[in-house]
Design a protein around this ligand. Sequence first.
Ligand SMILES: Nc1ncnc2c1ncn2[C@@H]1O[C@H](COP(=O)(O)OP(=O)(O)OP(=O)(O)O)[C@@H](O)[C@H]1O
Ligand SMILES: [Mg+2]
Length: 249
Amino acid sequence: MMTTWALKADHVSKQFPDGTLALEQIDWAVEEGETMALIGESGSGKTTLLRLLNRLAEPTTGTIVVQGKPAASQDPIRLRRSLGYVPQDGGLFPHWTIKRNVCLVPHLLNWSAEDQDDQFQHLMQLINLDAAQMAERYPIELSGGQRQRVAVARALGANPAIVLLDEPFGALDPLTRQELQHQFLTLKQRIQKTMVIITHDLPEAFKLADRITVLKKGHIHQVGTPEALVKTPATSYVQSLIESHGSSW
Ligand SMILES: Nc1ncnc2c1ncn2[C@@H]1O[C@H](COP(=O)(O)OP(=O)(O)OP(=O)(O)O)[C@@H](O)[C@H]1O
Ligand SMILES: [Mg+2]
């Protein structure tokens, strides 16, 4: 059977105007329906790769393909609305209510008020928050963990086929983080989407992802299942990453 790729990067490099080479000759692909974790130290190019996928940035060389079509040939606004995105800082608008934040894309797509209401109820249920209680609150009136869940709900706003999550559970205490990881797994089973999730945390990647991409200084060191990373680390860097986590799973 032929693999269907939801996302692909062919020979992709990204150099910023100041000369920083954030990604160098990346060949990478995500299968339809899989959860891919991106892991690597700070500055390794994780956010840059995610932003190339939804055209918040353009590659210097190479091609990004989204659902079989070159990203460069797709209208950037339409493309962005078809990809759910949780930016690294959550990206909720502080002066908008939770409901308005979550229904941002459905609203832009001119969904009826009734469909937006239904979708809001549905998404709040998915992330385990009380819709009635949350609807009119502002992001500042939520706990950090609740805000991060709302950012995930917003990314799912108009039922995108692909969701990109940039450290959605960063900066949380270990217990809340565990709880959100658990919810993420439940969500993943229920929605069956293609997901790319960035994390600093190898145990988190092991827990949540079908495959893991290890990035270092703009290069891919390995793409593989958790098992493959443990059994056949492709480079000494991957090996040291695994060893440094020893018995933590
Ligand atoms: N707009 C920009 N202009 C210049 N350099 C940039 C820009 N955006 C990112 N970079 C640089 O590109 C490299 C990769 O950054 P990126 O944000 O992709 O890292 P990251 O892996 O997401 O790191 P972190 O884990 O800290 O979020 C870094 O050296 C960063 O300073
Ligand atoms: Mg980042």
